[in-house]
Design a protein around this ligand. Structure first.
Ligand code: ATP
Length: 308
């Protein structure tokens, strides 16, 4: 039996004055999953996540987090969730280690603070005040603060923005371990590889609405085109190859001896290409079917590059 979603958002609307930041958004997060929320700048990701955290009151629609109303039931919800904001929310004069220990004491079954500090490469920063930490260290401390209480659900707003590759990887490892422990996570990110690596589910938001939701696999498989590449002798008769292929398929010799076919690449098309090659005495080498990446899907759906 499928368990209740840990986050259920229906028809969420949130306005700032005359600007509609979130415009009838639906979103569901399954228990024990990592969900990545992707969207161009200003799409409404942070507003949506902050509404789920109880920091903003919806203008319309319903939001349920662990079955509770994040505003009306804030006192019950807070101890059960972990929150990592993009910035702020900390007293900048406190030492990193003290802050984390203090946070741990507020919870009944916290994670081991020393192990967590070590884990996130903050071993040298325990006695350093927050304001003297580097941006990346502040980021990792914020993550530690969000998870130290062993929450059932964590909200992470761009958890690896500004981190070096090694720190990103330890953040990913930590999130995977938390998931293995049954913790659910909602994260916003501008990194497609992060979503592809970590997320069970991806929600793409544009102009305040969720325009696609599914596993990275489902999103990349669905719809448009794939590419098939192979190498053979230079100067093959591409027009003759094209005649053998379904309409709407493109075939080009990219560089001498390198061929690319774009279209709906299915087993039948692969068979047609290899049989054409056999008829023309061509040994196709390095045949590769390349799937769309999340980056391609994002671009198709929003018309925008995620990093723009
Ligand atoms: P980014 O990727 O840049 O962080 P986002 O998808 O998280 O963007 P939001 O921060 O939710 O988007 O902003 C959505 C829209 O609402 C934007 O147009 C933004 O300018 C506007 N907005 C956000 N916060 C406020 C606020 N406090 N007051 C007025 N407008 C706001």
């Amino acid at each position: 039996m499928r368990s209740e979603p840990v986050v259920q958002v229906r028809g969420l609307v949130k306005r700032y004055g005359t600007r509609t930041a979130v415009d009838g958004l639906d979103l569901e997060v399954g228990a024990g999953t990592v969900t990545a929320v992707l969207g161009p700048n200003g799409a409404g990701k942070t507003t949506t996540v902050e509404t789920c955290e109880g920091y903003r009151r919806p203008d319309a629609g319903t939001v349920r987090v662990l079955g509770l109303d994040p505003v009306a039931d804030a006192a019950k919800l807070r101890p059960r969730i972990g929150v990592m904001l993009q910035s702020g929310g900390v007293y900048t004069g406190a030492r990193a280690g003290e802050m984390l220990r203090h946070m741990a004491k507020l919870h009944a079954h916290p994670l081991g603070v020393d192990a967590l500090i070590e884990r996130l490469g903050l071993g040298d920063c325990g006695r350093t005040t927050y304001r003297r930490l580097s941006g990346g260290q502040q980021q990792r401390l914020a993550l530690a603060m969000a998870v130290v209480g062993r929450p059932e659900l964590v909200f992470l707003d761009e958890p690896t923005a500004g981190l070096d590759p090694q720190a990103r990887r330890s953040t990913w490892d930590l999130l995977r371990e938390l998931r293995a422990d049954g913790v659910s996570a909602v994260l916003t990110t501008h990194f497609m590889d992060e979503a592809e690596q970590l997320a069970d589910d991806v929600v793409i938001i544009d102009a305040g609405r969720a325009i696609a939701q599914g596993s990275p696999d489902e999103l990349c498989r669905g719809g448009a085109e794939n590419t098939l590449r192979f190498t053979g002798r230079p100067g093959l008769d591409v027009v003759s190859l094209l005649k053998a292929l379904p309409v709407d398929t493109l075939a080009v010799e990219l560089t001498p001896g390198t061929y690319r076919i774009t279209g709906k690449i299915d087993p039948q098309l692969l068979a047609t290409v290899t049989s054409w090659c056999a008829q023309h005495g061509v040994m196709p080498e390095g045949i590769a079917v390349e799937r769309r990446t999340l980056e391609d899907v994002f671009l198709e759906l929003t018309g925008k590059d995620l990093r723009s």
